[in-house]
Design a protein around this ligand. Structure first.
Ligand SMILES: *Cc1c(COP(=O)(O)O)cnc(C)c1O
Length: 334
């Protein structure tokens, strides 16, 4: 994460951490009460921010951004009115994979008196993250995408050292308390990052993070990033060669340096194709509304031949019309 010691804790889920961080920022920034994000931000981020803004009597404001290339620095700069308390965006977009200019957007937000909260769910472990160097105030992310600890493993949050004494998170729990086991009468939190803890963590999930991080530390972020760019690069060229003639369109930035480690394609029948791909061709991709299939080759364990095979099965499925043979049925998880 590019964070010096004493600025990161693992706790709770990303959703809960976003709530804690955004609430603390809003309390500090009053009377400013507007949060800025973009329409392509992950749903839970938008919902939490909407709720936090409402609870501070403010509103969530959306910047106009390109759906494939994500929010540009100039898009965000145009939204930095004097009532903006917080800019909350994703480093790597969950759908298109676009990488945002964290350093530039953060500098502009600070110049305008706003704080920043970056979601690094889709970048941690896939793309170099430099929270200290980029002067980020707050960040949150999960450990079950490119950190490979499995769904339900705990999330993490980052609070810049210089801000910790000024901020109060809203879930006052005994894990943030000084002398926790004295069981004292009222809340008196530790001075550092530990005050962002609330309650007992899931130990099995933490154990999974521990092992997963050993593997990533051994591989090194730079090597994972290099392989990630080549994996999505191979996928993009196979999309052009094999899938474009079948009606697919790339929905991620073309330049590998401008996207994270996943690649999205659009197709009018994406929903049934994605399901048939899983059930009949044994390739697990994600369908994302309204017409996107997302392929996420994790560089730590996905091989080039896996990318080749996955796209070849996708081509075979759609050119034979096999996906149309599935009976219509609703699916909650896509
Ligand atoms: C995966 C993801 C989440 C997930 O949040 P949970 O609380 O773990 O369900 C949140 N935000 C982003 C940007 C994500 O990619």
């Amino acid at each position: 994460l590019g964070a010096a010691d004493e600025q990161v804790v693992m706790a709770d889920s990303t959703t809960v951490n976003l709530y804690k961080l955004a609430s603390a920022a809003m309390a500090r920034q009053a009377p400013r009460n507007v949060i800025v994000t973009d329409h392509s931000n992950f749903p839970t981020d938008r919902y939490v921010l909407e709720g936090v803004a409402a609870s501070f009597g403010g509103e969530l404001r959306f910047v106009d951004a390109d759906r494939t290339n994500g929010p540009a620095r100039s898009d965000v700069a145009a939204a930095l009115e004097p009532d903006v308390a917080l800019v909350a965006l994703s480093h790597v977009g969950y759908r298109s994979g676009a990488i945002a200019d964290v350093e530039g957007i953060t500098a502009d937000a600070h110049d305008a008196g706003a704080m920043v909260l970056w979601d690094v769910c889709h970048s941690a472990g896939a793309v170099p993250v430099e929270l200290d160097r980029w002067n980020v105030d707050l960040a949150a992310g999960c450990t079950y995408k490119y950190l490979n600890a499995g769904p339900g493993a705990p999330a993490f949050l980052y609070v810049r050292g210089g801000l910790q004494a000024e901020l109060r998170q809203p879930i006052w729990g005994w894990f943030g308390q000084q002398a926790q086991f004295e069981m004292g009468p009222s809340y008196d939190p530790v001075p550092g990052i530990g005050r962002w803890l609330s309650g007992t963590p899931g130990i099995l999930g933490l154990v999974a993070v521990d092992s997963a991080l050993d593997v990533l530390a051994e591989a090194g972020t730079q090597r994972l990033r290099a392989k990630g760019m080549e994996l999505t690069g191979l996928a993009a060229s196979l999309v052009d060669e094999w899938l474009a003639p079948l009606g697919f369109e790339l929905d991620s930035p073309r330049d590998a340096g401008a996207r994270g480690s996943h690649l999205s394609v659009r197709h009018p029948e994406a929903r049934t194709i994605s399901r048939a791909l899983r059930e009949r061709a044994r390739v697990v991709a994600d369908f994302r509304e309204p017409d996107v299939i997302r392929l996420g080759p994790a560089p730590a364990y996905t091989r080039f031949v896996d990318v080749w095979d996955a796209l070849s099965r996708l081509r075979e499925l759609v050119s034979s019309g096999g996906h149309r043979e599935l009976e219509a049925r609703d699916q909650r998880v896509t």
